[in-house]
Each structure stands twice: as structure tokens, then as C-alpha cells.
Design a protein around this ligand. Structure first.
Ligand SMILES: NC(=O)C1=CN([C@@H]2O[C@H](COP(=O)(O)OP(=O)(O)OC[C@H]3O[C@@H](n4cnc5c(N)ncnc54)[C@H](OP(=O)(O)O)[C@@H]3O)[C@@H](O)[C@H]2O)[C@@H](O)CC1
Ligand SMILES: Nc1ncnc2c1ncn2[C@@H]1O[C@H](COP(=O)(O)OP(=O)(O)O)[C@@H](O)[C@H]1O
Ligand SMILES: [K+]
Length: 513
């Protein structure tokens, strides 16, 4: 699914009306009807008071359509207009009249704090104050209205976007955003739903199709693309019946130093669990027995030094390499990395301390094989690309960096984001239980495991991020969040593969029944 900017959505709106010979008003009716259907399907005529707060733009217009329909279906609905300017949109005005025709009353006009209505905790609030047309932070009594809405215990449903938030730029004032319990977004989710500073205001959302011009949506370069189950299913390559272990590649995991050999264990196991035919771990001498015991399937090569990696000597050509987890940043290790980068032709995942080595020795960047996959967490990213003022600038800097150095960057976090050239892919799986030591080591092993099997670097990146989050989700079914460890993610990689097609099997069963 694609994510568009507010400007692109306004353009889609315009093109749809022109090409499909419908009016803006028709589109608003469609949008409002979708929201009404969603509510009606859940409320089933319940007489819970519904308070709809409308602005004076098209978001407010949507709110008026919903209010009219709820009224027509016998719901207990009250409509308020936050009359913050007299520049009411045309479609708002038409629907304002239509509400009056149906309810025989004008909605309640609000022009100051005195007009705020009483709201009981069990009431429902619909937020149609501002949509994607917000162009400055709400101030004065409008901000107070948002805060008043937030102070109630009512269920809050935002139309299109929580009022006070922008679709594609940072918040100006976090105190002036509706704290929606749920958001119903038209046609596509907004970029701000997925980034830490703004996404926290959108704990749950659904997308409602409103029939914007398919050609425009299809041909327009989006701000980002969402990777969810339908996309992930398409990445999957079936294993062949006559395959042998040589078919699925030989992954090399270069990881560990004294006290951090576990990183190599997690990564090597994850590579195997993701389907790599063979896995070799290259570790300092002190890691030999640990590896041979903890991952008996893996072969182990060791450095000549006991407690750190100083020279990576191989006796085979790896099909993919994951390097950096727990290796430290000592000068000898940096030299070993430099040699690896300049001599290897294998696709490579570069993580953790290898990224820190690069940050401290920027000349290494020029030596990276093209389309190497860098997997920084926010701290490592900052050391690579420099500081940012907000999440949106972070993405811009990351894209510029990826383009300049011809690499793929995986920005890890609650919604892991993959950047390649000018494009962004946003992962949708994962949970806060995965904020635990070693879970990144698992991801690196998984990416390398996919690379080894011949997945191209971009697909390996987005598919591994999806499966990694999905394995984490599967693990929570029996463990919850707190008890989840990186090893549990590894143990549930198989379940993540199975889950990819679980729904389809269910559907097939139903079809045959
Ligand atoms: N294609 C689609 O997706 C479809 C979208 N649809 C709906 O349209 C919505 C977008 O509507 P929209 O463009 O009319 O803007 P909206 O968000 O209602 O508000 C803008 C108004 O607020 C004002 N204003 C702004 N900031 C302000 C502030 N801080 N404080 C005070 N005022 C402020 C601004 O006035 P001005 O800047 O001129 O003073 C303007 O009057 C979209 O989210 C969706 O719900 C559907 O109907 C159909 C298809
Ligand atoms: N709140 C969260 N929701 C989803 N995934 C998360 C969350 N926190 C962390 N993760 C995932 O866990 C991994 C953490 O990686 P990293 O910080 O490198 O861990 P480590 O260095 O301990 O291996 C990343 O893949 C990240 O996307
Ligand atoms: K809204």
C-alpha cells in the first residue's frame, strides 16, 4: 500500500472529480458514508450519545455527512461547529444546509470556551475539526477545545487524521492534537502515522477506500510504501523439491568479541532458521566452544586472537555476509573490516559495531560493496548521518545518505523503515517486546539468510524486517511482551513463515467445505 503526501491527496481528489465526472460533494458523501457504515456496523442502533466536532473545511464537511446519516438512522447525535474562521469550504456549506434540512435545527456553533458541551465518559466523540488541510498549529480556544476533548474519558474517533496533526511533517504543538483512540483514514494512511514522534497519536487506524482515481494512485511516486502481509506474501520464494543444501547458499556471520559471543550465536541461528543452506560463524578464538555447542549446525572459523577479530581469513566464498554484531571498534578490527570490504564480492549486511567503525572512519564508506545493507538503530544512524531535528528530517537525511553511498539503510525501530535511493518502505510487524538486547543481531542474521538464498538486497531487507517483526508477534502469543527475548524471536521464525500463508489455507479450507 502506498502513502501519499497531503498535496498528492488533494491532487488525487481533484483528478478524480475531473476524470470520473463527479463533484467534490459526491466524494465527500462517499467519504462520510464510509465512516457512517463503519460506525453503524459497530453501534447497531445503540443510543449512546455521539458528539461530532466539525471544523469549517472539508474535514468538518465529512463530519456533517456522518452526523446527518446518524440522525437519519435514529442515532442520538449532537453536531457542533468550531467556528474558528468564516472561510467555510463550499462542500462544508452545502452539508451544513443539508444537516439543517434533515434535523430541522442548525448545528451548535462554538466560538469560545463557554460553548464547550458537557460530555459523559460513556459518550462517543467524533473528531472532524481538522484534516489534512491543517496548515498551522491550532491556537487559542480551538487548542483548548482539543484539550477539552482529550480530558474526557469518551471513546474518540478521528476522521482521516487526528486533528492537530499533519500528514507529512512534524508536529508544531503536541499539546494541540486530539488523542484519538481510533482513526479512520481515507484511501491511504499518512506518513506521520508510522514515525515515533507522531505515530504515538495514532495507536490504531484503519483505511477506508473512497474510490480516488486508480490511475493517479498507481502511477504517482508515493512518499513511502507499506509492507504488510499481502506484500510479504509476494516476496516469498518457494523451496524446490529437488533442492539440496548447496542450493540455498552459505552464509558467513562475522561477529562477537570477549563477552559478546552471544551476538554470533543469535545471528548464526537466525540465518539457519531463515533458510540458509549452510552457515559459518567467524568469531574470536574464545568463541569457538560456545558456537560449536550453542549452534551445532554451524561451522566455526576463528580469528588468531582470543578476544577480538583482527583478520578475517576464509576458506570458502560466502553467498552472503552479516558483519559487525558485538565486534567492538578496536583499530585491529577496523583494519580487518577494511580488508573485508575491499576484497569481498558477497552481498553484505553491516550492523552494530561495524557501523560504529564506519562512523569513526568515514573513509570506509567508499569501500563498501554496492547495495550493502546497513542496519542502524537510531543511535547508530545518528552517528552515521548526523543529528536531525525531527523524524521527517531523519528520513530525508537517511535517503540522501543511502543515495550518495549507493547502499540500503534499514532504520530499525517500532516501524522499521528501509531506505533505498529516494524510496522508503515501512514495515508493519513487530511489538514493544522486541525492544530487548540481541533482537537486532537476529535481524542481521535473517537478512543474510535471505541474501544467501538469492533474494535481492532490497527484497531481503524488507522481507526480513517483516518476518522478524512477525516472529516477534508470534512469540508474544505465549510470552507476552516482557518475557520476550531475542532467542524467542529466533525460535518463532518458523511460525512467521507459516503465518504468511495461514489465512490463505483457512480460505482454501472454507472453499472446499
Ligand atoms: N482526497 C481526499 O482524501 C478527500 C478528503 N476529504 C476530506 O477533506 C479533508 C481536507 O479538507 P480541507 O483541505 O478542506 O482541510 P481541513 O483539514 O478540513 O481544514 C482546513 C481548514 O482549516 C483552516 N485551518 C487550517 N489550520 C488551521 C488552524 N491551525 N487554525 C484554524 N484554522 C485552520 C483552513 O483555513 P485557512 O488556512 O484558510 O485559515 C481551512 O479552512 C481531508 O482530511 C478529508 O477529511 C473528503 O471530504 C473527500 C476526499
Ligand atoms: N517497539 C518496538 N516495536 C517493534 N520492533 C522493535 C521495537 N523496539 C525494537 N524493535 C526491533 O528490535 C530490533 C532491535 O535492534 P537493536 O537495537 O540493534 O538491538 P540489539 O543491538 O540489542 O541487537 C530492531 O529490529 C527493531 O526494529
Ligand atoms: K480529524
Amino acid at each position: 500500500m502506498k502513502i501519499f503526501s497531503a498535496a498528492q491527496l488533494h491532487e488525487a481528489d481533484k483528478i478524480t472529480t475531473q476524470k470520473h465526472n463527479i463533484t467534490q460533494l459526491d466524494l465527500m458523501e462517499r467519504a462520510g458514508t464510509q465512516i457512517f457504515n463503519w460506525l453503524h456496523g459497530r453501534m447497531q442502533g445503540a443510543q449512546v450519545p455521539v458528539h461530532i466536532f466539525c471544523g469549517i473545511g472539508n474535514n468538518g464537511g465529512d463530519g456533517l455527512v456522518v452526523g446527518r446519516m446518524l440522525h437519519e438512522h435514529g442515532y442520538n447525535v449532537k453536531i457542533y461547529i468550531a467556528n474558528f474562521t468564516d472561510k467555510r469550504s463550499k462542500c462544508f456549506l452545502v452539508n451544513y444546509d443539508r444537516v439543517k434540512d434533515v434535523t430541522k435545527n442548525w448545528p451548535t456553533l462554538m466560538t469560545s470556551e463557554e460553548d464547550f458541551p458537557e460530555i459523559s465518559p460513556e459518550d462517543i466523540i467524533i473528531d472532524a475539526l481538522f484534516g489534512i488541510g491543517l496548515n498551522r498549529p491550532p491556537e487559542g480556544w480551538v487548542k483548548k477545545l482539543i484539550q477539552y476533548i482529550n480530558s474526557t474519558k469518551s471513546f474518540k474517533l478521528s476522521i482521516d487524521i487526528p486533528s492537530g496533526m499533519y500528514a507529512d511533517k512534524a508536529l508544531d504543538d503536541p499539546e494541540a492534537v486530539v488523542r484519538a483512540n481510533h482513526t479512520l483514514a481515507f484511501q491511504a494512511p499518512k506518513l506521520s502515522f508510522f514515525l515515533p514522534e507522531t505515530g504515538k497519536f495514532v495507536p490504531y487506524f484503519e483505511v477506508l477506500e473512497i474510490g480516488l482515481d486508480p490511475e493517479y494512485l498507481h502511477t504517482t511516486e508515493p512518499l513511502a510504501q507499506i509492507i504488510a502481509k499481502p506484500e510479504a506474501q509476494q516476496f516469498y520464494k518457494q523451496r524446490e523439491k529437488y533442492a539440496h543444501k548447496g542450493t540455498y547458499g552459505h552464509t558467513l556471520v562475522i561477529a562477537g568479541s570477549y563477552g559478546k559471543i552471544g551476538a554470533a550465536v543469535l545471528s548464526a541461528k537466525a540465518s539457519y532458521k531463515t533458510g540458509s543452506g549452510l552457515v559459518t560463524a567467524f568469531v574470536p578464538e574464545c568463541g569457538y566452544t560456545v558456537l560449536q555447542t550453542a549452534v551445532p549446525e554451524a561451522m566455526t572459523l576463528t580469528d588468531k586472537e582470543d578476544d577480538l577479530i583482527t583478520e578475517i581469513k576464509l576458506d570458502f566464498e560466502p553467498s552472503a555476509i552479516a558483519v559487525g554484531m558485538g565486534i567492538g571498534t578496536k583499530a585491529e578490527t577496523v583494519r580487518a573490516l577494511e580488508k573485508l570490504f575491499t576484497t569481498t564480492k558477497s552481498p553484505m549486511v553491516i550492523d552494530a559495531d561495524a557501523l560504529n567503525c564506519i562512523s569513526e572512519n568515514k573513509s570506509l564508506l567508499e569501500k563498501l560493496p554496492e547495495l550493502s545493507i546497513l542496519t542502524p538503530h537510531p543511535g547508530e544512524l545518528k552517528r552515521l548521518v548526523g543529528d536531525w531535528k525531527d523524524d521527517f528530517e531523519k528520513l530525508e537525511k537517511t535517503k540522501a545518505f543511502a543515495k550518495q553511498h549507493n547502499v540500503i539503510i534499514i532504520v530499525k525501530g517500532a516501524n522499521t523503515i528501509v531506505a533505498i535511493e529516494n524510496r522508503l518502505y515501512i514495515n508493519t510487524t513487530g511489538n514493544p517486546g522486541m525492544a530487548t538486547g540481541g533482537s537486532g543481531d537476529v535481524l542481521s542474521g535473517m537478512i543474510a539468510g535471505l541474501l544467501s538464498q538469492g533474494y535481492d538486497p532490497l527484497i531481503a531487507s524488507v522481507f526480513a524486517a517483516y518476518l522478524h517483526g512477525s516472529a516477534g508477534n508470534q512469540a508474544t502469543h505465549t510470552l507476552g511482551f516482557e518475557a520476550l527475548t531475542a532467542s524467542d524471536i529466533v525460535e518463532h521464525i518458523g511460525a512467521a513463515f507459516l503465518e504468511l500463508f495461514a489465512m490463505k489455507q483457512e480460505e482454501d479450507k472454507n472453499k472446499n467445505a
